[in-house]
Ligand binder design. Structure first.
Ligand code: GMT
Length: 381
């Protein structure tokens, strides 16, 4: 019997954790022989490889003068119906509640009128619950989409807890942590690359994000400034977004522009992470913190806040240190405690790498496949 499924994956194509997880999940499923159909308004940014099992369907939003706001959700719904019907999908896996889960639930109802019952798997990634979900104008739609999905997963135990606390949920939520393909991480300390940014006696601190308010990028600069006063270091700021200018202005004010390099959006960050000593993630909220896991997979110790799912990823006192949101003093002291003690730093780096292995793709992928299998068996019976 052929156990391979035809899976539709809906995600955001932009620079962000949920799109990365969805894309890498799709690629891994395709490698295992499943047929994967990505559906989004643009090619997901990490989907730049060819595979005979991967397809991409673009959602177009026609520009009608009548609409003051283009109804993307409706175009997405129509596309989901079309792809499900013509590609004969077995499962629709949507990443992010709004508008993806909501559109999928709508598409499911339309497909039912064609005699097709397609199971919907919704994966909650964080800001759909912790930020959007708390906006009352979205709450009823998010709640409905979660309750109407055939299976719901959350990327951390904390996100599951938050969702159950805040919404009226009558559906089971399974926590399946984010994953990483450890085979892509080589942990090579490329001295030539390192020397492009730092002198031999300088440490490298790194931050990667989409520079949204929630990432508190100014805290990164303050932490670095405190560290750099005591120990020679450089800071690599990778990514781009609305708060970048503020971070640049702060560097100018503190007169540390020569010490901080803003590298913009980089597609491949593994090489940059592997030349780093400490990764800084001072987020106000973080359902999981995939980027912290990517740093750990590159054998980098992590200084982060203790919010959301971060304590499930960054183990306090082992792989790095946790602090209250905004406590830049403690985060600087913790960073210095690592940089001033080479043996301690190495132990933390080793621990970070070892803990990253628990999130390796082969440990997590079967958990998603089990969800699909259970649903497709239910549909057949
Ligand atoms: O953090 C972001 O701004 C991007 C956001 C997203 O929706 O892509 O990331 C969320 O999902 C990631 C993948 O599951 C998680 O690792 C991030 O922690 C989560 N971000 C927040 O909760 C702020």
């Amino acid at each position: 019997m052929n156990n391979h499924l035809k899976i539709g994956i809906v995600c955001y194509p932009t620079y962000g954790g949920s799109g990365v997880v969805a894309t890498e999940l799709g690629i891994a499923l395709a490698d295992k022989g499943h047929e994967v159909h990505f559906i989004s308004y643009d090619q997901p940014f990490r989907l730049d490889l060819f595979s005979e099992n991967i397809y991409f369907h673009q959602v177009n939003v026609p520009d009608y003068p009548l609409f003051e706001y283009a109804p993307y959700e409706l175009n997405l719904t129509s596309k989901l119906v079309d792809v499900a019907l013509h590609e004969k999908l077995n499962i629709l896996h949507v990443h992010y509640a709004i508008p993806h889960a909501s559109a999928a639930v709508n598409a499911k109802q339309i497909l039912a009128t064609h005699g097709i019952d397609i199971p919907i798997v919704t994966t909650l990634h964080g800001t759909d619950i912790t930020l959007l979900g708390k906006d009352k104008s979205f709450k009823p739609v998010i709640e409905y989409a979660i309750n109407q999905s055939d299976a719901v997963t959350a990327v951390s135990k904390d996100l599951k807890k938050e969702t159950l606390q805040y919404f009226n949920i009558n559906n089971e939520i399974k926590s399946i942590p984010n994953f990483i393909d450890m085979s892509l991480y080589k942990q090579e300390d490329d001295m030539k690359l390192r020397n492009c940014f730092a002198k031999d006696d300088e440490f490298i601190l790194t931050h990667v994000s989409n520079f949204r308010k929630v990432k508190r990028v100014e805290d990164v600069i303050h932490i670095f400034n405190k560290v750099n006063k005591e120990i020679p270091a450089k800071l690599l700021m990778i990514g781009d977004g609305p708060e970048r200018l503020k971070a640049e202005q702060l560097c100018r004010k503190l007169e540390i522009c020569d010490k901080v390099k803003f590298l913009g959006k980089l597609k491949v960050i593994e090489k940059m992470l592997s030349i780093s000593d400490v990764f800084i993630l001072p987020s106000a909220t973080e359902s999981f913190g995939l980027v912290a896991l990517e740093a750990m997979a590159s054998k980098v110790a992590v200084i982060s806040t203790n919010t959301g799912g971060l304590p499930e990823v960054n183990i306090d006192g082992e792989t790095g240190f946790l602090s209250e949101v905004g406590d830049v003093n403690k985060m600087a002291i913790d960073t210095l405690s690592l940089l001033k003690d080479k043996e301690k730093l190495n132990t933390f780096k080793e621990n970070a790498l070892a803990h990253a292995y628990t999130f390796d793709l082969p440990n997590i992928l079967p958990q998603y496949e089990a969800v699909y299998k259970e649903l497709s068996c239910k549909m057949k019976s």
